[in-house]
Write a protein that binds this ligand. Structure first.
Ligand code: DTB
Ligand code: SF4
Length: 361
């Protein structure tokens, strides 16, 4: 691990693409052994962190991410009439349900390109305050943020902010490391495999994530769930051994992070998932729906964790609970700014080709 005698806690921040490709391509038994060894050194290998996803505002997004059923540009089953925000009461009820089922974290997603100041954002802040007061970790994925919005989320008690990587551009480092960490929000960032990307792209993603300092608190590894109507609808399901290799490599290069076995579990057998846990995955999304697509039934998941003898982690096992500042006591207010950064263009060639095909059709 770290050879620099710095205060990074053991993680190395200078992984190269070549090193990562070499790890990914090791004979599987060697890869599993190495990943499991790292995993045991930093984590309880028999524990899993359980999160629940809530889509608080679904569909109608102005972006055109090729994998996403929530883009307004594609004809998918996600109906535009569902775009209204969920109420705080509904969110609280869902969070309580998830808590009693064993979840320690609620991740709320809104299909926005970027966050706009106004009543909807005020409602999100209220949701964050409400969930933090239930003593659950609360995470949001709302698209691009301004600095002031990040501060307001932090004040409301946000535990983590999710922004996944679509490319491995340098821009990403700036946003992720300067914004969230200054405000004591941890970073959740990972990516999707199975979109026609190359091994180089996968390694590039792991370079971008692992060279952040500190490394992300959680790293979701998603297998694409191809949705009819999106440009990537015909992508083949991810081979389980590719998922295992991706998880194991993420574990080795980011030893302290929670590696989350995220989308795509409905296509995986329990044996396949067990292999992912052995390879270092220690978090899942539970509940029968992700944001818009199906996920295994929670009872089946609990039965699987029982069979594997896995303990469910309590909230705040790895980072302290943030303190909520009430709206009335807030130091910040809406500024109506736009984010300074832009979402990069997607660079995965096959994504681009598929998008062009859709436009021609
Ligand atoms: C992440 O990497 N995966 C989650 C969470 N972060 C927000 C979302 C998975 C969504 C899968 C597709 C859907 O249900 O719409
Ligand atoms: Fe989907 Fe988010 Fe892309 Fe919008 S920005 S299309 S919600 S992934």
């Amino acid at each position: 691990m770290c050879e620099h005698n710095c205060s990074c806690g053991g993680a190395r921040h200078n992984w190269t693409k070549e090193e990562i490709i070499a790890i990914y391509n090791k004979p599987l038994m060697d890869l599993l052994y190495e990943a499991a060894t790292v995993h045991r050194k930093y984590h309880d290998p028999n524990s899993v962190q359980v999160s629940t996803l809530l889509s608080i505002k679904t569909g109608g997004c102005s972006e055109d991410c090729a994998y996403c059923p929530q883009s307004a540009r594609y004809e998918t089953e996600v109906k535009i009439e569902n775009v209204d925000m969920m109420s705080v009461t509904h969110v609280k009820a869902q969070a309580l349900r998830a808590k009693s089922a064993g979840a320690s974290r609620v991740c709320m997603g809104a299909a926005w390109r970027n966050v706009k100041d106004g009543p909807e954002f005020e409602q999100v802040l209220e949701m964050v305050r409400t969930i933090n007061k239930l003593d659950m970790e609360v995470c949001c994925t709302l698209g691009m943020l301004t600095e002031n919005q990040a501060k307001r989320l932090a004040e409301a008690g946000l535990y983590a902010y999710n922004h996944n990587l679509d490319t491995s551009e340098e821009y990403y480092k700036e946003i992720i490391s300067t914004r969230s960490y200054e405000d004591n929000i941890t970073v959740c960032s990972g990516g999707i495999i199975g979109m026609g990307e190359s091994l180089e792209d996968r390694a590039g993603m792991l370079v971008a994530l692992s060279t952040l300092n500190p490394q992300p608190e959680s790293v979701p590894i998603n297998a694409l769930v191809p949705v009819e109507g999106t440009p990537l609808e015909d992508c083949k399901p991810v081979d389980i051994f590719e998922m295992v290799r991706m998880v194991a490599t993420a574990r080795i290069v980011m030893p302290e992070s929670q590696v989350r076995l995220s989308a795509g579990r409905t296509q995986m057998s329990q044996e396949g998932q067990a292999l992912c846990f052995f390879a270092g995955a220690n978090s899942i999304f539970a509940g029968d729906k992700l944001l818009t697509t199906p996920n295994p039934d929670i009872n089946e998941d609990m039965q699987m964790l029982g069979v594997l003898g896995m303990r469910i982690q309590k909230p705040f096992e790895t980072h302290p609970q943030p303190q909520t500042v009430e709206a009335a006591d807030s130091q910040y207010h809406s500024l109506g700014e736009n984010p300074k950064w832009t979402r990069p263009n997607h660079k995965i060639e096959r994504n681009e080709e598929k998008k062009k095909m859709v436009k021609l059709a």
